[in-house]
Design a protein around this ligand. Structure first.
Ligand code: DAK
Length: 258
């Protein structure tokens, strides 16, 4: 598969990397680049050799939001019925873990796309914000929902109503990001984290991601039942047998991801 606005690679064993590559527009997310991102992530999801993914942009911009030049002439019906701004949830249906490696601007849809990932590793220069109100609209891909769950109501109000940007350190303090590193290290650190996660038994990691995400969407009772179901299912995997035998034998486990 060849792409025009993204680059893909496998920088380490078990790791698939997607890099947004539209520098002239600070990786603004038009229909074309978002489709390529979703297709590439879904291809890695189907690829047995990949068990964790990294989604990144450039040092200057993860993504400065949805493409305002594309949206300028669009009506409500165009937005609702067209193909380009409907199914961003495709990213949330990727089953394997995804780490966003964020540097520079992560604004609007860029911040929302990072929040759709499972973890965020940031450079010290990362800036997170939801500036949609400054162009007369509001967040439409999770900026009022995922952000509020991550940082709490008071701060989410200030970010979405007052166009407050969060620095990387603030984002770390408020629980939006997992880790912050210097600019020259953040991507390698994200890849290292992905390598570590990708080295875990694959079926368990898919089921754990699934269960943690359910904590957002279910009551505690429903979530606990869902967790237990996945827990029991893992007792049917070869990796459960291998993992427990390896522990007893005092040797490293050899995962089959089955
Ligand atoms: N769209 C289009 N072009 C953009 C852009 C954007 N969001 N952001 C930057 N660019 C372009 C600029 O127009 C400029 O292009 P030229 O003029 O050179 O052709 C180039 O990138 C460099 O930008 P600047 O010259 O502005 O660079 P600065 O360093 O001075 O400023 C900035 C950087 C990030 C502060 C500034 O570019 C900026 O404010 N950008 C816009 C940020 C923004 O408002 N983002 C929110 C957009 S609304 C949904 C899915 C997604 C969304 C909604 C619904 N559904 C699934 C329903 C998302 C909506 C949004 O994100």
């Amino acid at each position: 598969m060849t792409y025009e606005m993204i680059l893909t690679e496998t920088p380490a064993p078990g790791v698939g990397l997607v890099r947004l590559n539209r520098p002239q527009a600070l990786n603004a997310l038009n229909g074309h680049i978002t489709r390529e991102i979703f297709e590439a992530m879904e291809a890695f999801d189907r690829d047995d050799s990949v068990r964790c993914m990294v989604l990144t942009g450039s040092d200057k911009a993860f993504a400065a939001g949805a493409d305002i030049k594309q949206m300028e002439d669009m009506s409500a019906v165009d937005m609702f019925a067209g193909q380009d701004f409907t199914d961003w949830a495709r990213l949330t249906r990727v089953r394997k873990p995804i780490i966003a490696a964020v540097s520079g601007w992560a604004l609007g849809g860029g911040c929302e796309m990072a929040m759709m990932c499972d973890m965020i590793v940031a450079s010290e220069t990362a800036k997170f914000g939801q500036p949609e109100i400054t162009i007369g609209i509001m967040p439409g891909a999770g900026g009022t929902q995922r952000l509020t769950r991550a940082v709490g109501k008071a701060l989410a109000m200030e970010i979405t109503l007052g166009n407050r940007h969060l620095t990387a350190q603030e984002a770390l303090q408020y629980g939006l990001v997992n880790r912050v590193y210097p600019l020259d290290a953040y991507l390698n650190e994200a890849i290292e984290l992905a390598k570590k996660i990708g080295g875990m038994p694959g079926v368990a990691s898919v089921m754990i991601k699934d269960a943690v995400n359910k904590a957002y969407e279910m009551t505690l009772t429903e979530g606990l039942a869902f967790e237990k179901r996945n827990f029991y299912l893992l007792f049917g995997t070869e990796d459960k047998a291998e993992g427990m035998k390896a522990f007893v034998d005092k040797r490293p486990a050899q995962w089959k991801n089955k």
